[in-house]
Each structure stands twice: as C-alpha cells, then as structure tokens.
Write a protein that binds this ligand. Structure first.
Ligand code: AMP
Ligand code: MG
Length: 527
C-alpha cells in the first residue's frame, strides 16, 4: 500500500550519529567541529508538482501526490512530515584541481530518512530549498531548467543501469529566480523549481576532506564509522586495515560507475570531489551532457572549455585523482599510505576490467583479450574520431550489421552515425570497411550465436538518451507551461534499450539547429 508522504514517519540517523553545528541560523559562515547545520527550508509562494517518478515512489512506498496539497508542500520545503530534522551538510572539496575549502550544501537541505517497504533506508533531500550557512554569496535556489535536467537525468541514468542518486519529484516554486545564464551581465528572472533527490546517503568525498583539512580527526572517524555501519556493514571493525578495505570498496564502486558513464557516453561535467558520492553513485547533475560526435576531448561544461579537465576521455583518470584526494583525507585513520595505494590499484584494475567487459558487450563479443583485440579497439576509436560520428548511434546500429556483407558501400552503422557535412575520403572509407571485416570475422569465432550477440549489443548500447537538445525542448515547453514534451521524453528514456514505434525522432542524431543553441549542446554552470 503506497502511503501519503505527509503521513510517513521519518528518521534521522545522521543527526543521531554525528554532531551538528551549535548555531542554527542560516547566516553564511565558516562552520567548525560539526558534520552539518540544522536549517529549515525557506517556504515558496505557490508550489505545484510538475513531475514525479512512479517507479521510485513505489520503491519508497509513496503514492503519487496531487498537483498541490500536503505532500507537495513538503516537497517544496513549505512543511515537514513527522520526524524530519532538516539540515545542510558541511563539506569541502577540490574544485578543478584546487582545494576550495568549505563548500557544503548551499542549496540542498536533507529532510530525513524513510524506511522503504523493503526495509532500506533512503534519504530525501530538497535541492533549491533556500539559503543555508553554506550558500556563500548565492541564493540557495535553483531554476526550472537545471532542476528539470536533474530530474530527467536521474531517471535516465537509473533506467540505463548506471549507479545514480534518484529524483522523486520536480516542483515549481511559483517564484522567480534571477540568473545570469551567460555570465555576460544580462541577468534574467527565470521560474524557480525544487527537486526532491533520493539516495541512501548524499555524503561525498568532500565531507571527509573538510574534517581532515580542519584536523577534526575524531569527527573524521565518527563520520567514517557512521558511513561504514550504515552503508558498508561488511567493513566494520575500525582497525586501519578495515578502513583501508572499505576505501578499496569505494574505489571499486567508483570505477564501475565511471565505466558505465563511458559505456553510455555520459559526461558529468563537474567532477569536483564535492560532487563524488561516497557510495559510488552519480551525484549532482549540473552542466552534464551526452557524447554525440565521438570526441574524447568533448565537455558540455562551458566553464571547463579551456582546460577540458572533465572531458569525456579524462573521466577515468579524474576518478583516480579524486580517489587519491579521498585517500589523503582518510590517511589519519589508516596511517599507512601503502594500504591506501592498494585501494587505488583496485580502482585501476576494476576500471580496466569493467570497461573491457563492457566494450566486449558493446561489440557483441564474448570477452576481449585475444590477440588482435587491442588493435581492433584502437582502430575503432581512431576511426570514430576522424569526422563527427555519433557514438551512441554507431554502437546501437552495430547489431544489425553483424552479418551484413561489406561491399563497396560504407557500412550501415557509419552511415547512420555521420553528422551532416562529415565526409570521409576514399582511404578512410576503406579503413572502415576493413574494420568491419575484422570485427565480423572476430565475431564469427567468438563462440556466441548471432542471436546472443545481438542481444548483448542491444543491452549494452542504449537507443534513447536525453540528449541536451531534447532536454532543452522539454525545458522550453515547460517554461511555457506545457509539460507534455517532458512527460513524453520521460516515457521514452525510461526504456532506453527497447526500440519502440513512434519514438524514432528520439533516437536520431542531434539536428543542426541545435549545434550552437544555448543548452542544446554546451551549458554554463549557472543553475
Ligand atoms: P556545484 O557546482 O553545483 O556542485 O556547487 C558547488 C558549491 O556551490 C556547493 O557548495 C553548492 O551548494 C554551492 N551552490 C551552487 N549553487 C548555489 C546556489 N544557487 N545557492 C547557494 N549555493 C550554491
Ligand atoms: Mg555540487
């Protein structure tokens, strides 16, 4: 029986386990000796439910609320359910390679934890719920366009099989929020919105970093013990080796998560350590994007356009860099750098193995590792990079080409994936044909029948992704009050691997008009 959110009894395990800030005002300030600050969401004028995840609602045992009413008041920060003790977490982080000091939940407020019908603990957190002591100079609010993108991507990633935080609801606040989208002095009032995010925990690498940097070793230990007891019960013990093994497990999970990003062509865009979940789930959807034309140097984040630190092809390496920062933060508990090094090695080996296994599935092979496989892969990515070739479409079309004769024409997946104006010369076309012949020969001796190979490829290569321009179309309509395009896009991306009649346009290449339009390819951090 699904319950009304307003009638659920919440728990607060973080509040019970860790010390809060003695000051509970939301005046911006540096906080010490605390894991969080109690802070109430700031009420909004006229909340209305814009989107809801029925699937997540069912997992949580929650009924879909009406457009307005007691549940939506809670999801907007206007009311609390029993047992909720709202707080903003204190954390720090490395941003773009530099220690940034205290950051913290500047616009996120955790409401509490509920126990699902299956007995799992899930935290509900509002994003855009008003100022906290960690808001620094900003307003604690979020605009509709960025909130809609977070809701949409949380749903997409979950259904793609990528470890992620979830989103339960998208609520319009009925208020305007002023943002300078292009950072050019032309600030605009935009509709505001609030997302209710859900995860077992939103604790980040940065929560550990702030205690370590502030020499709060006892707090660091309590935080680690809380996370282990609640989320990693197999790693209890408290001895340096137990902590180090736990770190190794965080490394393993992070490696698996990033390998999935690479599989589906997801670019996070802001992989600062304050955006890295201690549970190894994708966290904080800001200026993210989906790789279209294959280009390892591509990033959707205009703020990162010069350095490209968080570009598609750098993500695995940045995962390692971020874990090394976490290792540094955990050193006071472990003492021995060698023990932490083992965890980082685990990251490296897990990433390599997982990515290879995923590539094998993407190519419909049993595994990679035979002589010639390395060259086959290298040549594939070299070819994909020559001219603008849509990576998701190429892989998704591959299964149909498993048995097709490679005659004088260009293989079908390449034709399907080439962007307008992308031209291959005769030698490049011949290279593609050569690659297809080698891939087909390799597949013919892989020990799997064609049906099984095609099934594997279809399960590893998504057909429907919420490409930035599709998200932008949903945003434009929602801003005008029309939620139908968002609902339609949500329906499609909730079944990303299953071809469905009438959905062809959602699986197409990005149209030319979207190439340089704001939000349709690249985005700023302004949200
Ligand atoms: P992000 O780049 O979204 O991960 O945010 C980095 C830091 O800035 C975090 O501490 C956020 O809480 C804070 N922040 C971002 N946007 C806002 C905002 N509108 N109001 C207050 N704090 C914000
Ligand atoms: Mg963040």
């Amino acid at each position: 029986m699904n319950r009304d959110l307003a009638h659920v009894e919440f728990e607060a395990s973080v509040v019970a386990a860790l010390p809060g800030d003695a000051d509970d005002s939301n005046r911006p300030r540096a906080v010490a000796d605390a894991a969080y600050t109690f802070v109430m969401p700031t009420p909004v004028a006229a909340p209305r439910l814009l989107a809801w995840s029925d699937d997540l609602g069912a997992t949580l045992g929650l009924a879909r609320p009406a457009v307005t009413g007691p549940a939506v008041e809670i999801l907007a920060g206007n009311a609390l359910a029993a047992g909720m003790r709202p707080y903003a977490a204190r954390y720090g982080g490395h941003q773009f390679g530099n220690w940034a000091g205290q950051l913290g939940d500047g616009r996120a407020i955790t409401l509490g934890e509920l126990i699902t019908p299956a007995g799992e603990r899930q935290e509900l957190q509002l994003k855009g719920a008003g100022p906290t002591p960690y808001s620094r100079f900003a307003d604690g609010r979020a605009v509709l366009r960025s909130s809609l993108r977070e809701f949409l991507c949380s749903e997409a990633m979950h259904h793609l099989g990528v470890p992620t935080t979830r989103a339960l609801s998208l609520v319009a606040s009925g208020e305007k929020v002023v943002r300078d989208m292009f950072y050019d002095g032309n600030a605009q009032a935009e509709p505001g919105a609030i997302v209710c995010r859900v995860a077992p925990s939103f604790i980040r690498f940065g929560n550990f970093e702030i205690h370590s940097a502030s020499e709060e070793v006892e707090l660091l230990r309590r935080l680690a013990d809380h996370v282990i007891a609640t989320h990693y019960p197999d790693h209890r013990g408290g001895a340096p080796r137990a902590y180090a093994r736990w770190f190794g497990e965080i490394c393993r999970r992070t490696a698996v998560m990033i390998a999935h990003w690479m599989r589906v062509g997801f670019v996070h865009g802001v992989m600062n350590t304050d955006n890295m979940s201690i549970l190894g789930v994708t966290l904080d959807y800001g200026p993210y994007g989906w790789l279209e034309g294959y280009d390892p140097a591509w990033t959707p984040n205009t703020t990162d356009a010069s350095g490209r630190r968080y570009a598609y092809g750098n993500q695995a390496q940045i995962g390692m860099w971020n874990l090394a920062r976490l290792a540094g933060a955990l050193l006071p508990l472990i003492g021995d750098k060698e023990l932490l090094q083992e965890g980082l090695e685990r990251y490296r080996s897990t990433y390599t193995e997982t990515w290879r296994a995923m590539l094998a599935e993407k190519l419909g092979l049993e595994a990679l590792g035979r002589e010639g496989d390395e060259a086959l892969i290298d040549e594939l990515f070299a070819l994909l990079a020559i001219v603008e070739t849509d990576m998701p479409i190429f892989f998704r079309t591959l299964d149909a080409a498993a048995l097709e004769a490679t005659d004088e024409s260009l293989p079908r997946p390449v034709v399907a994936a080439l962007y307008d104006g992308a031209v291959l010369d005769a030698a490049q076309r011949e290279r593609w044909r050569g690659w297809f012949r080698r891939w087909q020969e390799r597949g013919a001796t892989c020990g799997l029948d064609v049906g099984e190979r095609r099934r594997r490829m279809q399960a590893a290569n998504p057909l429907y992704l919420p490409r930035n321009y599709l998200a932008q179309q949903a945003i434009d309509a929602a801003t005008e009050g029309d939620l139908a395009p968002l609902q339609r896009l949500l329906q499609v991306i909730r079944h990303p691997y299953e071809a469905r009649d009438g959905c062809e346009s959602f699986a197409a290449r990005r149209p030319e008009w979207a190439r340089h339009r704001a939000g349709c390819s690249a985005l700023s951090c302004s949200s």
